[in-house]
Design a protein around this ligand. Structure first.
Ligand SMILES: [Zn+2]
Length: 487
């Protein structure tokens, strides 16, 4: 190809996008009060509307797919599609930048590409996605919009799940989209919609066919939601900006261990021994004979799981494990009678839930097997029964596309930022897109104190802009077919 070297894109106006977004779904007067934009809420629709309207006013074609994912489109010379995007829903009392940063980057990149395309048509088409309902906090499953578009379909049962007193099927319906795309195995991208309110004035372009099979690459920019990148900057002498390039995305397995013992008097029931009956050869059996203490067993169980985790991470294996809920589910507490615990009782019932993640499915499953072995030991030792409940899992993306990592690396270096290859800890829509076979990549930027999924989530504007510009310039290379990506 005889192209002259491309100009660089330079994006500076991130605040202009967030000044509008920061008014939608907020919980108080200030952005610091947090946001609530659940999946298929009016607030989520309003936020997507706002971005689509912004894009349309800058000459970009926009529409909704059949499920309500927002689409930005710039037609190129070929059917090959260079894609990117993120989400605008939030966890309850969430922040402005989780998902929002990637959407703002996609919008601003689209605007620059549109300007360029007016002088020199894009070689490949550009498509921006604003996915619905990425967060698992509403309706109990993450990646709802992206799975509706890229699969795999959910079990039908998901449609009946309620959040804020409304079923998922009704929430989708109320926003005038078709919930069937969540479960019927047909890509929601096959349908183009406009809303009856808000975007009624924008008709989707008729001739565009958004076919998943034509998507050439996918990129997502996201805040890191941890503090590695921030720390690297603080530790570096020249206070350079570090950007994360995802090498893999961890998949999670969630387990709940329900521990059952029996209620006893905390004073009358001996802990360890009763005089005259002590048998040194069999201490553990003796102890168990008198008590069947669920709380104590849970404590030992949590420590034991953590120790197994340490063994794995000491060996350099990718694994994170978190005791994310101890007797913390209101309804379950009611159902199991956990509330019957009292100061003067030995406890008969309780549970602990673990969130276990790794970028390797085999490592994660081996770990779970070891935990199960340990549980049979603990059951005997503490004279309790331990039931293991599966609360769901998501599969890891063991390898994100290396050509995209390389492209982003080169872009980072060109713009003067330090690229850091790292596994992505949190789940993202990219995992869904990558799993569908589309070459995918992620760029991560720091967030203040690593804080995310909370209302005081903040970015460093300079670092965020670095991420946006690497995203934009890598996109430019991709849409101009200056770089090839192998599947
Ligand atoms: Zn997110």
């Amino acid at each position: 190809m005889t192209t002259t070297a491309l100009e660089e894109i330079y994006i500076s106006g991130l605040e202009s996008v967030f000044s509008g977004l920061s008014k939608i779904g907020k919980l108080g007067d200030k952005p610091e009060d947090g946001y609530d934009r659940p999946a298929w809420s009016h607030e989520e629709t309003k936020a997507i509307d706002y971005i689509l309207d912004y894009a349309k006013r800058n000459g970009i074609d926009v529409w909704y797919d059949g499920l309500g994912n927002g689409i930005l489109w710039i037609q190129g010379k070929t059917n090959k599609i260079v894609a990117g995007g993120s989400h605008l829903d939030t966890v309850p009392e969430g922040g402005l930048y989780d998902g929002g940063l990637g959407v703002a980057a996609t919008l601003l990149t689209g605007i620059e590409l549109k300007k360029i395309s007016e002088e020199k048509p894009l070689e490949r088409s550009f498509c921006g996605f604003i996915f619905r309902g990425e967060e698992g906090s509403s309706f109990g499953s993450p990646y709802k919009g992206s799975r509706g578009a890229f699969g795999p379909p959910f079990e039908k049962e998901i449609l009946e799940r309620e959040y804020n007193g409304i079923k998922l099927r009704d929430a989708v319906g109320l926003q005038s989209f078709n919930y069937e795309y969540l479960v019927n195995g047909v890509s929601s991208l096959s349908e183009k919609r406009r809303l009856y309110e808000g975007l009624a004035k924008y008709e989707p372009p008729e001739d565009v066919q958004l076919d998943i099979n034509n998507i050439y690459s996918f990129l997502e920019l996201h805040i890191e939601q941890a503090k590695l990148l921030e720390q690297m900057k603080l530790d570096s002498e020249k206070k350079k900006i570090f950007l994360g390039l995802g090498t893999s995305i961890r998949g999670a397995r969630r387990l709940r261990f329900i521990v059952r013992g029996h209620w006893d008097h905390s004073g009358g029931t001996p802990n360890d021994r009763i005089s005259g009956e002590w048998d040194n050869s069999d201490k553990k059996q003796k102890r168990a004979k008198y008590r069947s203490d669920a709380n104590l067993a849970i404590s030992y169980l949590n420590v034991a799981i953590n120790e197994i985790k340490n063994k794995y991470t000491d060996q350099g294996k990718d694994l994170v494990a978190t005791p994310s809920g101890i007797n913390s589910d209101k309804e379950l507490n009611e159902a199991l009678g956990v509330y019957k615990s009292a100061l003067n009782k030995v406890c008969a019932i309780g549970y602990t839930s673990w969130d276990i993640r790794s970028n390797s499915k085999s490592i994660r499953e081996k770990f779970v097997e070891e935990v199960k072995d340990k549980i049979s030991e603990l059951q005997k030792e503490h004279n309790v029964s331990i039931e293991i409940e599966n609360l769901g899992s998501s599969e890891p993306v063991e390898k994100l596309n290396y050509d995209l990592i390389n492209l982003n690396k080169k872009t980072c270096e060109k713009l003067g930022y330090v690229p850091v290859e790292m596994p992505v800890g949190a789940g993202h829509d990219t995992a869904v897109v990558a799993k569908s076979g589309i070459p995918s990549g992620m760029i991560l930027t720091s967030c203040v104190g690593g804080k995310s999924h909370r209302k005081d989530e903040k970015i460093y504007l300079e670092d965020a802009l670095a991420g946006v510009n690497v995203y934009a310039n890598s996109m430019l290379r991709l849409v101009m077919a200056e770089t090839a990506v192998t599947r």
